[in-house]
Write a protein that binds this ligand. Sequence first.
Ligand SMILES: Cc1cc2nc3c(=O)[nH]c(=O)nc-3n(C[C@H](O)[C@H](O)[C@H](O)COP(=O)(O)OP(=O)(O)OC[C@H]3O[C@@H](n4cnc5c(N)ncnc54)[C@H](O)[C@@H]3O)c2cc1C
Length: 296
Amino acid sequence: MPHGNLDRPSMTDESENSEWSAALKDLELRSRIRWNESLKRFNTWRIGGPSRCLIDVETEEDLAKLLPFIKKNEFQWFLIGKGSNLLIHDRIWEGVVLHLAGDFKSWKPQKGSAGVSAGAALADVTFSQRCVSHGWSGMEFLIGIPGTIGGAVATNAGAHGGETSEFLKSIRWMDLEGILHQDSCDAFEFAYRFSKLDAKQGRIVVSAYFELHEKDPQQVKHALLECQRFRMEKQPYNQPSCGSVFKNPPNDYAARLIELSKLKGKIRGRAQISPKHANFIVNLGDASSDDILWLM
Ligand SMILES: Cc1cc2nc3c(=O)[nH]c(=O)nc-3n(C[C@H](O)[C@H](O)[C@H](O)COP(=O)(O)OP(=O)(O)OC[C@H]3O[C@@H](n4cnc5c(N)ncnc54)[C@H](O)[C@@H]3O)c2cc1C
């Protein structure tokens, strides 16, 4: 999960911390910097230790300053969307977490078409709800995915037979030098829950342009409600999890194989393989990252 130089110890004591803090001040960021913030609130498993430094990156200008700064100093770092596909360790994270916010939540419909440019930090749920009011169909499945548009592009999120890359036309992304690029989606080898546009690979999604199908808004709403109903029926939607833990192998389902192994319902510490859906591991309350790892 983490990116950057993992061997480099960073910010391990107060003096180093303040040195870091001074260097960040020189960047004159508009973004909010938080020190020793618990990461539990930043992921859907509600697990994880504090991060020495977490930055709510508000603007593209700030991102363009931060990425080369992190690279030059060889800091450990990772980028987080809504943390709905991440397991964060309980130990303190001695690096920096970039959390896109502010301007990255943009929504810019193109006049006279079913096209929209969405910021990387916009919630998938918000995206799908706004599509309903426009009568835009195709990505109703996002209603059940509690991540961001950046995360949906990075993981090529999908459900109910659809996936993000089907509707994605072009992407604005930034490299670790802070340089902004715009490319058609063909450049990124989208596949089942995979893309080359991941922060782990040094590419940060800034915004994405989608083209959807025009339909009667009532029909779009109906499809969206169907997706929601399916989730409530089949998944432990009211317990903290990261959704499906394992990808499905070709021509089979991970949940079926886990169930076959008689592991459904298995508990370790305060974590459990969900009795409702065997590919979900749920936090029963105060689970540790080791509880989850053990079950995995
Ligand atoms: C209840 C539940 C149901 C789920 N159902 C589904 C489902 O049906 N289908 C599905 O595909 N997934 C599902 N998921 C998993 C998850 O929601 C998706 O993978 C989602 O796309 C992750 O988005 P995120 O913003 O939370 O990313 P995060 O979990 O924060 O990050 C995931 C990865 O994406 C990278 N990333 C995030 N933002 C960017 C960015 N702007 N630029 C570059 N890289 C970025 C991160 O660095 C990290 O490597 C589910 C999760 C939960 C909790």
